[in-house]
Design a protein around this ligand. Structure first.
Ligand code: NAD
Length: 424
């Protein structure tokens, strides 16, 4: 028995256990030093705060806020802030560790972190969300900082919340600190290209993988689950590169048209329809979950975690899965998918275009300079492609999946950084 004992995976996977399961396999393959394994399996810091807020009706409600720093060995920690009624510490811990691996896979000098507030932003007014965001920022002021820990948007947050966080942090310190968050509005130091960056990285990963699988994009079909930031931009860019998008979906259901969906039209529809596809008439509506089982060349889960599971893995009928979302495939489903011969570009590689351009935003803030969209896109495309090739070569060399290879690339870099820095 080795020192690495992956936590048993239960029927309903805990995201942290699911992450640890893959991490342990990769660590074993690498022959990772036991001390470093033990350091990396626990986050560096976990902060939980209670945030009392006066609601619009005059009552005071107390919210729970989290920030988990998994590692800052490679540089300041980086990771989004999630506003969601189900957010919990295990989810935030897993997402923080994923950020450490993701930044290392694409070789940017950041560690990993994640934060969240347990709340339902859909049921809150803009004023309540602003007070909550500012109070969270103040409560976390000892944790955050442009050289320490840098938040970004995630589910339930966007440019608006980042602007409030940047402003609150700056007021607290008496000086404008634009590099304390990324994903800001352009006028406050946001980067051109950031909004589409994750979807763009998904497209570059998909096309690079299709080249390996000898799938011609112009003869290919693509199915995309989730039509938010990641899914809609991935769909638009895949369509621009010649792929026929035969199905898209969101919380309202799935929409299929074998002749191909006009993605610009769908995006336009959503922006005029409360952000959802409900009633989209250019395609036939089917049950949301069925979208994952459609026959296609490329399947992009870009909605949420844990959607490809023991229940449906056997029914997946794609040649390639490109994980736009974080953690869409349960660890238990990995083997079934591999046995079906489906290539999976894992989340920590496929959706790393977002953090890459966040890094560019931080660099531009530090330089006090703005790059053109072309420069941002060119640099991020180059990073995504070369990261894919590095991971692909490791997967061939060690005869492992792209997922395990991506973890191996990340863990190896981090272990080297630890061995140079020492200090235990
Ligand atoms: P978003 O909120 O903009 O969009 C989410 C989409 O998923 C929406 O269309 C929503 O309707 C849909 N959805 C929700 N529940 C669904 C369900 N049960 N079935 C089908 N669709 C459903 O979020 P996003 O920023 O696009 O993030 C999506 C995923 O990508 C998340 O896992 C997120 O952590 C990950 N991710 C996002 C970024 C980024 O830059 N935005 C970067 C890396 C990873």
């Amino acid at each position: 028995m080795s020192y690495i004992e992956p936590a048993p995976i239960k029927d309903k996977e805990n995201p942290f256990e699911s992450m640890m399961f893959r991490f342990s396999i990769a660590a074993e393959k690498l022959g990772l030093n036991e001390e470093i394994y033990n350091v990396l399996k626990s986050p560096d810091k976990q902060v939980i705060v209670s945030i009392p807020i006066t609601m619009d009706d005059g009552s005071v409600k107390v919210f729970e806020g989290f920030r988990v720093i998994h590692s800052n060995i490679m540089g300041p920690s980086k990771g989004g802030i999630r506003y969601d009624k189900h957010v919990n510490i295990d989810e935030v811990k897993a997402l923080a560790a994923w950020m450490t691996w993701k930044c290392a896979v694409v070789d940017i000098p950041f560690g990993g972190a994640k934060g969240g507030i347990k709340c339902n932003p859909m049921e809150m007014s803009s004023g309540e969300i602003e007070r909550l965001t500012r109070a969270y920022t103040t409560a976390m002021s000892g944790v955050l900082g442009p050289d320490r820990d840098i938040p970004a948007p995630d589910m339930g947050t966007g440019q608006r919340e980042m602007a409030w966080m940047m402003d609150q942090y700056s007021r607290y310190h008496g000086v404008t600190v634009s590099g304390v968050v990324t994903g800001k509005p352009l006028i406050l130091g946001g980067s051109l290209g950031r909004i589409a960056a994750t979807g763009r990285g998904v497209m570059v990963s998909a096309l690079t993988a299709m080249e390996k699988l000898k799938i011609n994009p112009y003869n290919s079909k693509c199915v995309i689950q989730g039509f938010g930031n990641v899914g809609s931009h991935a769909a638009l860019l895949m369509e621009e590169r010649g792929s026929k998008i035969i199905a898209i979906s969101d919380i309202s259901g799935a929409y299929v048209n074998e002749k191909g969906i006009d993605i610009e039209k769908a995006m336009q529809y959503v922006s005029n329809n409360r952000g959802i596809l409900d009633g989209f008439a250019e395609a036939d509506k089917i049950d949301g979950e069925e979208i994952l089982e459609l026959k296609t060349d490329v399947l992009v889960p870009a909605a949420m975690e844990d959607v490809i599971t023991l229940k449906n893995a056997d029914k997946i009928d794609a040649k390639l899965i490109v994980e736009g979302a974080n953690g869409p495939t349960a660890a238990k489903a990995d083997e079934i998918i591999a046995n079906k011969g489906i290539m999976v570009v894992p989340d920590i590689l496929a959706n790393a275009g977002g953090v890459t351009v966040s890094y560019f935003e931080w660099v531009q803030n530090r330089l006090g300079y703005k790059w053109t969209r072309e420069r941002v896109n060119r640099r991020s495309d180059r990073i995504m492609k070369s990261s894919f090739n590095t991971v692909y070569d490791i997967s061939t060399k060690y005869d492992v999946s792209l997922r395990i290879a991506a973890y191996m690339v990340a863990i190896d870099k981090i272990a080297k950084a630890y061995s140079h820095r020492g200090g235990f």
